[in-house]
Design a protein around this ligand. Structure first.
Ligand code: PPS
Length: 287
């Protein structure tokens, strides 16, 4: 990690879009509202996909809002410096987005009626997605090699640090009624079947025609072509999409095209060791 990063309570942040002061404020003073919904993820888990789904649910599937307002204004990033002013402009009920780990999330959430939707993804695919993303995003040093990035990811030497700790931290909430978890892989396999589960959690009623609209308008193809959702409105010096695409492949199992047999075996050993005390079988482990 280079000098533009700082550590806050063991987690790596980039000074350009975060500050220690704001992180402390969010943890200790920010007032979560009872009707807030937070989309929480480790980076590259399907965060923006979920923002699009929830945006469409808000409009009963009508894509006008998604097609006219940038995704980061529909659901501002909770902990970024820019998010600070954007959150103030959101009309309640707010849907806010965060990559924060459990141990530094807003304390006021835990005494509120607000809800969290936590999305997880096979960490092998996250690693690959983040590797490509880090070549485009100014917050990252261009990785020297896939092998170097592979090791950095396992050691938590990336923004937001360890995927393993993030998931283990948040999954402590798995039996809490205000916490809903789902995987990228489940969304990918059956979006039409997954959306009603989210609606039930959110207390949202939706008919079949509206469900069709949500599913169609939140598809990879629709989002890739929507300039409000594909981050093409961001300046090139922040996100350089001549080096790749934010909406890159949108598939499961792309790690198979990147990992060597040795890297895969090493990853599996590392994963088993790190996750053994969680006692939980993830959807991608059964695929
Ligand atoms: S970020 O930067 O952390 O906010 O990224 P995040 O949105 O969490 O994850 C980006 C990956 O999600 C894929 N994506 C989708 N896949 C399928 N369907 C839809 N609609 C969709 N929207 C986003 C996106 O392509 C990134 O994954 P990769 O593997 O890089 O393609």
């Amino acid at each position: 990690m280079d000098t533009d990063y700082f550590q806050h309570k063991g987690i790596h942040f980039a000074s350009i879009i975060y500050s220690e002061e704001r992180l402390k404020y969010l943890e200790n003073e920010f007032q979560v509202q009872d009707d807030d919904v937070y989309i929480v993820t480790f980076p590259k888990s399907g965060t923006n996909w979920m923002i699009e789904i929830l945006s469409l649910l808000k409009t009963n599937g009508d894509p006008t809002w998604c097609n006219s307002v940038p995704i980061w204004l529909r659901s501002p990033w909770f902990e970024t410096l820019e998010g600070q002013s954007q959150i103030k402009d959101v009309t309640p009920p707010r849907v806010l987005t965060s990559h924060l780990p459990f141990h530094i999330f807003a304390k006021s959430f835990f005494t509120s009626k607000a809800k969290i939707i936590y999305i997880m993804r096979n960490p092998k695919d996250i690693l690959v997605s983040l590797f490509h993303f880090s070549k485009m995003l100014c917050l990252y040093k261009d990785p020297e090699s896939f092998q170097e990035f592979f090791e950095d990811f396992l050691q938590g030497n990336v923004l937001y640090s360890s995927w393993f700790d993030h998931v283990k931290g948040w999954m402590q909430m798995k039996n809490n009624k205000n916490f809903f978890y789902i995987t990228y892989e489940e969304l990918h396999q059956d979006l039409r079947g997954s959306v009603p589960k989210m609606c039930e959690f959110l207390g949202k009623e939706i008919n079949e025609a509206q469900l069709d609209l949500v599913v169609n308008n939140a598809s990879f193809k629709a989002m890739k072509h929507n300039k409000m959702s594909n981050y093409s409105l961001l300046p090139k010096d922040f996100l350089d999409q001549t080096k790749g695409s934010f909406m890159r492949k949108g598939i499961t199992g792309d790690w198979k095209n990147h990992f060597t047999v040795a890297q895969n075996e090493y990853f599996d050993r590392f994963y088993q060791e790190k996750m053994k005390d969680l006692n939980f079988t993830f959807f991608w482990e059964e695929m």
